[in-house]
Design a protein around this ligand. Sequence first.
Ligand code: ZN
Ligand code: FE
Length: 255
Amino acid sequence: MTLELVTIPCLKDNYAYLLHDAASGETTLIDAPEAAPILSVLKARRWRLDQILLTHHHGDHIDGVPDIIEATSADILGAAADAHRLPPLTRGLIEADTVQIGAEKGYVIDVPGHTVGHLAFYFPASGYCFTADSLMAAGCGRLFEGTPQQMFESLAKLQQLPPTTIICSGHEYTAANLAFAATIDPENRALQARIRAVTRARSGGHPTVPVALSEELATNPFLRAQDPYIRAQLGMADATDAQVFTEIRALKDKF
Ligand code: ZN
Ligand code: FE
């Protein structure tokens, strides 16, 4: 039996996610941008909240924690390395630690780049990976603290997950990310199809996340540094994948 996923729009363009295990009645929240929309989903579904997994310390991912804790007394789990700048943690996490939701295990993946303490959470049995501001829909997070090399290596880890993995990222930035992608990968038919689908979804007010890793592999330029067409486009046929990635990240910052 797999976990039930609920995507919750928060603030202007953030997403929080709930994972619910019907067998045990346990529910886990991934990131807490603001309390009200999360508490209202919990109330409507009559779910009790057991734990909160925090991906990184930015306010738009943790500011809802105090009000949610007051209402639910859930455990708080986040990067041990960032304990000094996260809400008080019940348990600090490092790479390869496991978290539990009912009978299902989740694995902690260290994905520095956007921040140096950024974590992703992977649940292989259900096929979900929570990537927040590391791997994002059609993009990746801005490098506030880490180096391009760190983000390149973080994304390389995520790219190795099964292509059917459902990537649950932190923001509704997809349309802007795709507009940038089209400037460096203009002939990509899968990318053109995704732009049409995302335009339709947004005009109907629907979220464009989560999305399968296979779709990211086909259309996200930050996962496509090895693509001969993109390399030729950038005049970087002989560069390393990490150098091409670094250039794509720099171009996106200027876009
Ligand atoms: Zn962030
Ligand atoms: Fe964010």
